[in-house]
Design a protein around this ligand. Structure first.
Ligand code: NAD
Length: 365
């Protein structure tokens, strides 16, 4: 079946440099190319060694190193970083690390308008999006603002060599989720769909190799290449039920970001499959399978990732509230989102049943 073409596509200018060693060898030129002379380098406590190397390479262009990024960007962490940026007279920011470090850089950009350069060390894809997030009183607010989108992204597979295998796998599936939902987004377009399919192919092919040998630079490069494409899809489209569910489960119940994406994705795709045949066909081609939800569950589970929401610490009693919250406001999704439908999906994900595309729910058998 073919459908006539009807789409809008907008791309924002962003430079991407991709090569092993680029964090240290290319970041100074990227900073200089933006006309910056005093950048604040931000990272999380675990990523401070690499960020220190980047700061050293920047020499006099580095105004300081701020290693206080935390998951979901608590507002007090953002306040403190903005204060530091102002105190040192920063004219830009370089974020080195995962989605949390890049999120802190975005918070600085949002408040100050300072340009951001990103050196990602996970596959979260945040570096390719204009989406920011801030957590206050336990609630996470997100928004889109072009000012937070990194002006330049330095992809260095060497930065990811130390990413532990469990995090590599779940972060990789987090990336796959961006591509999967972009394929059926209301603002999908042919170029985004090409990026999504190639991103899924690259990431799904790389993850078993990364798990087998985390030091395999070529496999790390393929995974990071996939993350770039999947992150670009996230930045270009509006996400649906899967991302909404993960937002609720992370925001209200404190479930870990990438692990939650990993558990939910097969069930969200099973739920949407019948209403998104072209997206499923693209995912089938990329994964080389007829049964996309099951293949994704087997891929992640086979590499040791958690398979159920119960394993992540959710309580069965929370499922109804999660389903209610995930259906409280309208958002685009190929299949109608109902409380009972989502409760079925969440129950299957809670138990870790085989995802079933026909009913959109799992089954214990
Ligand atoms: P993260 O940045 O919190 O990193 C997870 C853990 O891995 C941290 O302890 C970190 O220090 C460590 N780590 C990161 N890179 C490492 C490396 N190379 N080696 C060893 N340890 C490393 O996790 P994440 O999944 O990258 O990001 C999650 C956050 O990003 C969430 O807050 C999520 O909401 C946000 N996010 C935002 C967007 C967006 O477009 N705004 C997109 C995706 C994710």
């Amino acid at each position: 079946m073919t459908t006539s073409l009807d789409f809008s596509y907008e791309s924002r200018p962003a430079r991407v440099v991709f090569r092993p060693g680029a964090a240290v060898s290319a970041t100074p030129a990227e900073v200089a190319g933006l006309g910056l002379h005093r950048v604040l380098v931000v990272c999380g406590s675990r990523g401070s060694e690499v960020a220190r190397a980047v700061a050293d390479a920047l020499g006099d262009s580095c105004a300081g190193l701020h290693a206080e990024a935390r998951m979901h960007v608590p507002v007090e962490v953002a306040d403190r970083a903005v204060e530091v940026a102002r105190t040192v007279g920063a004219d830009g920011c370089v974020a080195v690390g995962g989605g949390s470090a890049i999120g802190l850089g975005k918070a600085i950009a949002l408040r100050t308008g300072l340009p951001l350069v990103a050196g990602p060390s996970t596959y979260s894809g945040s570096e390719m999006t204009p989406v920011w997030g801030l957590t206050e009183d336990g609630a996470k607010r997100t928004g889109r603002d072009p000012v937070v989108q990194p002006r330049s992204v330095v992809y260095d597979p060497e930065l990811t060599l130390g990413l532990p295998v469990p995090l590599s796998v779940t972060s990789g599936v987090n990336a796959l989720a961006h591509a999967a939902e972009a394929l059926y987004a209301p603002d999908a377009s042919p170029l985004v769909s090409l990026m999504a399919e190639e991103g899924v192919r690259a990431m799904a092919g790389a993850l078993p190799r990364v798990a087998a040998d985390p030091g395999d630079l070529d496999a790390r490069g393929r995974a990071l290449y996939g993350a770039w494409l999947c992150g670009s899809c996230l930045g270009a489209t509006t996400m649906g039920l899967h991302h909404k569910l993960c937002h609720v489960l992370g925001g209200t119940f404190g479930l870990p970001h990438a692990e939650t994406h990993t558990v939910i994705l097969p069930y969200a795709l099973a739920y949407n499959a019948s209403a998104a045949p072209e997206a499923m066909a693209a995912l089938s081609r990329a994964l080389g399978t007829e049964d996309v939800p099951r293949a994704l569950r087997d891929l992640a589970g086979g590499l040791g990732a958690p398979r159920s929401l119960a394993e992540l610490g959710l309580r069965q009693a929370d499922l109804t509230l999660a389903a209610t919250q995930a259906t409280a406001t309208a958002y685009p999704n190929p299949r109608e989102v109902t409380v009972s439908g989502v409760l079925g999906l969440l129950t299957a994900a809670y138990e870790g049943w085989e995802p079933r595309s026909d009913a959109g729910q799992g089954s214990a058998d």
